[in-house]
Design a protein around this ligand. Structure first.
Ligand SMILES: C[S@@+](CC[C@H](N)C(=O)[O-])C[C@H]1O[C@@H](n2cnc3c(N)ncnc32)[C@H](O)[C@@H]1O
Length: 306
């Protein structure tokens, strides 16, 4: 929805329309120095999202929706959600119980990381890294959390069977909801497993993962909003590489000879390169980043770990 100018209201009693709430909220986000990045990287878009979804309005509502006069129950719902967002720093996604990746809505709550991922842009490009004409039959999303990336993989590779691996039984409950809501129960198999430990033997064309990769010390210092997220979704151990190391070592027995591993590693590129200096990696560019996701071919995984 396009931005629209509204006079900044003087106080809560003057918050009569969604437009008033939006102007008020933008000011409050700044005044309280709220951290962003879970729903959007700017206060306007996150506040607008929280208003529209609290009111159960579509995200592509026409701008004149900002001028409707809200009734008491809507005012109360907005007061409650903004109070939790501002005073307790609860992520907006946990208040609305959803997050969107492109056009796809995912159920989400405190049991999982809020879906936000470079993979939305990258999954459609992945077939381009496989040999021409080789059908993509088996793909796996390791550390699936809400299941959002497994669902995106299933949409992209509509003939493939998709495995989704997760250690947290709580997160798996959320993944189960999303797999069902997207009508993918026949296509996606959920596995409760520490990386590949309990996953039946199978070799994949694509191993994709957005694992926990923040070094533990970074986790300690995260803004409150991110501390509401499960620690095990973020904490990658002392150097951030604990899960990544295990995944790479196990990938050697899990890849087709033509297969690829695609890994989100956040800010760890220098650490990853220092750890495996001889392993060729391709760093994939997205609109917002160029060094956060790497792609490794099966042959190079074999040379390093075989
Ligand atoms: C960064 S979150 C990613 C969630 C989801 N893939 C996404 O992109 O929104 C990492 C997930 O890995 C899970 N996890 C942590 N350790 C794991 C392990 N050893 N094996 C499998 N999953 C693990 C966490 O519970 C969490 O759900």
């Amino acid at each position: 929805m396009k931005k629209k100018r509204h006079t900044r209201p003087g106080g809560p009693s003057e918050l009569l329309t969604p437009g008033h709430w939006l102007q008020w909220a933008i000011g409050e986000y700044e005044r309280h120095d709220l951290s962003l990045g879970q729903i959007s990287d700017n206060a306007h878009d996150e506040a607008l999202y929280l208003i529209l979804r609290t009111l159960d309005l579509p995200l592509d509502s026409e701008p004149d929706v900002l001028d409707i006069i809200l009734d008491d129950s809507h005012q109360a719902a907005l007061r409650e959600n903004f109070s939790q967002r501002i005073a307790e720093r609860v992520p907006a996604s946990y208040l609305t119980k959803e997050a969107w990746l492109g056009e796809h809505r995912f159920y989400c709550d405190e049991r999982v990381l809020t879906p936000r991922s470079y993979f939305l842009e990258l999954i459609p490009t992945m077939a381009g890294y496989l040999p021409t004409g080789v059908p993509v039959r088996d793909v796996v999303d390791v550390c699936t959390g809400s299941g959002c990336l497994a669902v995106l993989l299933a949409y992209e590779f509509d003939r493939a069977r998709v495995d989704a691996v997760e250690l947290s039984p709580d997160a798996l409950e959320v993944a189960k909801i999303n797999v069902a809501e997207h009508g993918m129960t026949d296509r996606i198999t959920l596995h409760e497993s520490d990386v590949f430990d309990a996953v039946p033997e199978r070799r994949y064309d694509i191993i994709l993962s957005n694992p926990p990769y923040e070094p533990s010390a970074v986790c300690e210092a995260l803004p409150e909003e991110f501390k509401h997220e499960p620690r095990m979704a973020l904490d990658g151990g002392t150097d951030g590489l604990v899960i990544i190391r295990k995944l790479m070592a196990q990938a050697v027995d899990r890849l087709q000879p033509h297969g690829i591993v695609v890994l989100e590693v956040g800010a760890l590129k220098p650490v990853v390169q220092e750890t495996w200096p001889k392993m060729p990696m391709r760093w994939l560019k997205t609109q917002d980043a160029m060094n956060c996701v790497c792609l490794i071919r099966a042959v190079d995984v074999m040379k390093q770990f075989g």
